[in-house]
Design a protein around this ligand. Structure first.
Ligand SMILES: C[S@@+](CC[C@H](N)C(=O)[O-])C[C@H]1O[C@@H](n2cnc3c(N)ncnc32)[C@H](O)[C@@H]1O
Length: 275
């Protein structure tokens, strides 16, 4: 079983399905991510470190801002995710990216960075403030620190949709059981403060409705990847979740009852280190 923390696995694994789910997630959160990177002050020519880069979405967004005069180094401990990140960077013709396989807690870069960024990574770390403290040492004075996390339990529907509430509860309960923080967005403030940073913050929430919404597949695919952990911790069985028909059930109920769906709240926090 995956346990979060130093040297341990990533709770959602890196199956082909999960790598595709990460890309789907990137599409959902692309605008918010670009917005936070811009607000944080990423600029042309900067050298950026993206921790827990996964399949490279944040690294690619940062690379578009820093341009070919800059550089983006993505770090992840999952070789399969990095393989995909490298392929995507090559396909996009973004040669100023480098993807390094390492644990965040042990990564030692060569040369200083202008910015440290990450998305949906602090939630997986046993001590996110300590990780920030360590990683900000790799920044030049006045360097940018920008992170994006979510508050999973803010997701839901209006009018209330009990099946969606159950999905959110299954996901949040499983995360908690394995030590992953489901509401890291709200915790960005104390995390930055404990790392000696004074953040500005912004939150946003995607709201969708109708039969074509990506919500239903996204919820079902997230749960599919969590089923082994859910079963191991006695949260729900594959049969209870009914994962193969879950997306259709959610769609039918949401459309039938004319519900609008609120995605998890996305929170960005950014700061600069002392000059
Ligand atoms: C939810 S994914 C986010 C990926 C990417 N930042 C994004 O937003 O699409 C979390 C990533 O962090 C990586 N990860 C988790 N713990 C790590 C650690 N201790 N060291 C390096 N990477 C880690 C996982 O392998 C996974 O790819």
């Amino acid at each position: 079983m995956n346990q979060p923390g130093r040297g341990a696995g990533y709770i959602l694994g890196h199956s082909d399905g999960e790598l595709l789910r990460l890309e789907q997630q990137a599409e959902i959160f692309r605008a918010e991510t670009e917005d936070v990177l811009q607000r944080a002050g990423l600029q042309s020519g900067m050298r950026v470190l993206d921790i827990g880069c996964g399949v490279g979405d944040v690294a690619l967004a940062a690379a578009a801002i820093v341009g070919s005069d800059g550089e983006v180094v993505g770090v992840d401990n999952a070789g399969s995710a990095l393989f995909m990140a490298r392929a995507r960077a090559a396909e996009a013709g973004v040669a100023w990216t480098d993807f390094v396989e390492a644990d965040i807690h042990e990564f030692e870069p060569t040369g200083a960075f202008d910015a440290l960024v990450g998305r949906f990574i602090l939630m997986h770390l046993p001590d996110p403030s300590e990780a920030l403290r360590r990683l900000t040492r790799f920044l030049r004075p006045g360097g940018v620190v920008a992170f994006i996390e979510m508050d999973i339990e803010q997701a839901g529907a209006f009018p209330d949709l009990p099946l969606l509430d159950r999905c959110v509860d299954w996901i949040a309960s499983t995360y908690r059981k394995v030590g992953v923080e489901p509401n890291m967005g709200a915790r960005l403030y104390p995390t930055f403060r404990a790392a000696g940073l004074d953040p500005a913050m912004h939150g946003s929430c995607k709201i969708e409705n109708g039969p074509d919404s990506i919500t239903y597949e996204f919820a079902a695919e997230t749960l599919r990847t969590l089923i082994p952990a859910m079963e191991e911790h006695g949260i729900a069985t594959e049969i209870e979740v009914g994962v193969d028909i879950l997306a259709d059930r959610l769609r039918q109920k949401a459309v039938g009852g004319d519900h609008c769906i609120f995605f998890p709240r996305i929170v960005g926090a950014w700061a600069t280190t002392a000059t």
